[in-house]
Design a protein around this ligand. Structure first.
Ligand code: AMP
Length: 402
């Protein structure tokens, strides 16, 4: 396996923190609507590491990105609501320092009290962040003594606070969130229980090809639902109406079906659907079979498909789920996705949910607590599972001499 997991990586427990300036890169990239945080999962997931550092008496400088601001004037991307919420949750004063690229923070750090912590304003307000700029990193390194990355959801990006900064630091490691993410994802790569099932859904085949390829070697079968399924059904020559199809991926789908067959692996596709003529209507009907008529589009898996998928899930010892089975954001088209979440919840074995929309779907289903693990990072978890090296992990790994 190409992943080295946590080998050679120190965790926050390995450092003396008392009185030291700790630069803590977090993923506090939460959805904010008109100044209100609408889902604080990423904040609460970051709390164990922050609390630990506070207990150890570190002088904490937290940093995170938020969205994709074009300039620092893009105030809708300010971390201000996050600073406020962190203060409430931690019971300390969180000072929002709005000049990430300035060492004016130094006097503030000297006088920082035990019941205070600093949060840098959105690091993407500084253009050097996404450019992985060394000059920007040097400013941050000039006042930091220990560097901890706990921003799993950003660790697949070589940005300044993820890559250039720790490159300059001697004392560096990861926090509890990343440690758990890697331990959990490694369960999928190292000695997983069989039957091993990968459930893939969501909008696009092209986003998931690398993961499908990786999983092809390790799983016993795939379940494919969501819009992705229509590319596969069409590749089999079935009519799919106006359902979403990636025409340029039809050959890939055809070839994948053949390879799975040749290797004796199962591929479960929908056998019936919830269809609509107008997705905005919230209306739909169930097809009597696998075919979809002209003018109709598939927006969820149908009842017989749900039963087939449930039966396969029941038998599995390891399950990885990435991508909803339908347009689950619309209640009328959410039945399939939530049924899958329920089936996973009822399976007592290992079930790991990839981040992004799948995490949102698991939450919305009400079964999130029954999962072995729900990743906080969509792109990062997929890249890790497909065997890519995450820049944010590699930079804190001690080079092991041969
Ligand atoms: P992804 O980010 O690739 O996991 O895709 C998630 C999105 O796929 C969700 O917003 C779903 O609404 C959407 N989706 C799932 N199934 C369908 C479908 N049958 N038709 C259109 N969109 C879908």
């Amino acid at each position: 396996m190409s992943s080295q997991g946590l080998k050679g990586i120190k965790t926050i427990r390995d450092f003396e923190l008392t009185g030291k300036v700790l630069f803590l890169r977090l993923d506090l990239n939460v959805p904010i609507d008109e100044g209100k945080i609408t889902d604080e999962t990423r904040i609460t997931a970051s709390l164990p590491t922050i609390k630990y550092a506070l207990e150890k008496g570190a002088k904490i400088v937290m940093a995170s990105h938020l969205g994709r601001p074009k300039t620092a004037a893009d105030k809708q991307y300010s971390l201000e609501p996050v600073a406020k919420r962190l203060s409430e949750l931690l019971g300390v004063e969180v000072i929002l320092f709005d000049e990430p690229k300035s060492d004016a923070i130094k006097p503030l750090l000297v006088g920082l009290k035990k019941n205070q912590a600093i949060l840098l304003e959105n690091v993407r307000f500084e253009p050097g962040e996404t450019k992985n700029d060394t000059e920007f990193a040097q400013v941050l390194a000039s006042y930091s003594q220990v560097y901890i990355n706990d921003a799993f959801g950003a660790s697949h990006r070589a940005h300044a606070t993820i890559s250039a900064l720790p490159e300059l630091m001697k004392e560096k490691g990861i926090g509890f969130l990343i440690e758990k993410e890697i331990q959990m994802l490694d369960q999928l790569l190292e000695n997983p229980g069989h039957p091993y099932l990968a459930i893939m859904g969501g909008a696009k085949v092209s986003d998931k090809i690398a993961v499908i390829e990786k999983f092809m070697d390790i799983v016993d079968g795939f379940i494919i639902g969501g819009a992705m399924a229509y590319t596969f059904l069409k590749a089999k020559g079935l009519p799919v109406g106006k359902s979403l199809v990636e025409t340029e991926k039809l050959n890939y789908a055809r070839e994948m079906i053949a390879r799975l067959e040749a290797r004796g692996k199962t591929l479960l596709l929908p056998v019936d659907h919830m269809v609509t003529t107008d997705i905005a209507s919230g209306q739909g009907q169930i097809t009597t079979g696998v075919q979809i008529e002209e003018g109709w589009m598939g927006v969820d898996i149908g009842p017989q498909t749900i039963r087939n998928f449930e039966a396969a899930i029941k038998e599995a010892k390891t399950i990885f789920w990435n991508g909803p089975m339908g347009v689950f954001e619309t209640q009328a088209y959410s039945r399939g996705t939530f049924a899958i979440a329920k089936a996973l919840a009822q399976n007592p074995n290992t079930k790991i949910v990839g981040g992004g929309d799948s995490a949102a779907a698991a939450e919305a289903s009400g079964f999130a607590e029954k999962m072995t693990h729900i990743s906080t990072g969509g792109g990062a978890s997929l890249e890790y599972l497909q065997g890519d090296k995450l820049p944010g992990l590699e930079v804190v790994r001690q080079r092991i001499r041969a």
